[in-house]
Design a binder for this molecule. Structure first.
Ligand SMILES: Cc1cc2nc3c(=O)[nH]c(=O)nc-3n(C[C@H](O)[C@H](O)[C@H](O)COP(=O)(O)O)c2cc1C
Length: 185
């Protein structure tokens, strides 16, 4: 494919780099529980299983996660898209988002933060490096326990393309699988 291109605003290139699913981050601190919507995350290793997360310091979740040093990354699917936006539009400073959005808080195995029962998968995380929080709002988390549904195999996850557009995951192909080096699978 030959593409015709023009200058693109540097501040908007994230639209092309955000294929990872939008997630819901749940936290708990001093008897309070909360949820935030998050798109800016990246895998930083698989053994240990590390995830880097950008959490804005104006978010109520910021202090809850920094102080408790724990959270849960929950993977919502298409049926929760409207709730995902509502959670991102509100703050736990003002409301209990579990009650407001009728989500079920489930006890986690290894962290104090609750799992969101209605999500396809839940990853219990510990904050393992806080050295980049002050400079970049970057939390380096280790997934210490994971729960995932067994069906469907490919859930309809929600991906943000900016400007209010979601892509719902769809087509899958294994056509190129044979070309992969085994360690890249
Ligand atoms: C689609 C979407 C993606 C978002 N991604 C992030 C993100 O990566 N990091 C972040 O700090 N806030 C992100 N937000 C904003 C937070 O979800 C929002 O500020 C939230 O209300 C914070 O809740 P809290 O104050 O209860 O912590 C996103 C919001 C939406 C709708």
């Amino acid at each position: 494919m030959i593409y015709r291109k023009k200058d693109f605003p540097v501040s908007k290139i994230r639209r092309f780099l955000e294929p990872g699913p939008i997630v819901l981050v749940s936290s708990a601190w001093k008897g309070e529980r909360n949820i935030m919507t998050m798109g800016w995350h990246m895998v930083m290793g698989f053994e240990p299983s590390l995830i880097g997360c950008y959490i804005w310091d104006e978010n109520h979740s910021f202090d809850m996660i920094r102080k408790s040093k724990e959270c849960v990354i929950n993977i919502p699917t298409k049926d929760l898209a409207a709730t995902v936006v509502s959670i991102g539009n509100s703050s736990g400073r003002d409301i209990d988002k579990f009650a407001e959005f009728r989500l079920t808080a489930e006890r986690a195995a290894a962290v104090g933060a609750p799992l969101i029962h209605e999500c396809y998968a839940n990853f219990e995380c510990k904050l393992v490096d806080s050295s980049l929080i002050n400079k970049y709002n970057l939390f380096v988390l280790e997934v210490v326990k994971a729960h995932a549904a067994t069906s469907p195999r490919f859930p309809k996850t929600i991906h943000y393309r900016g400007d209010g557009v979601f892509m719902i995951s769809g087509e899958n192909t294994s056509r190129f699988r044979a070309k992969f080096k085994p360690e890249n699978l």
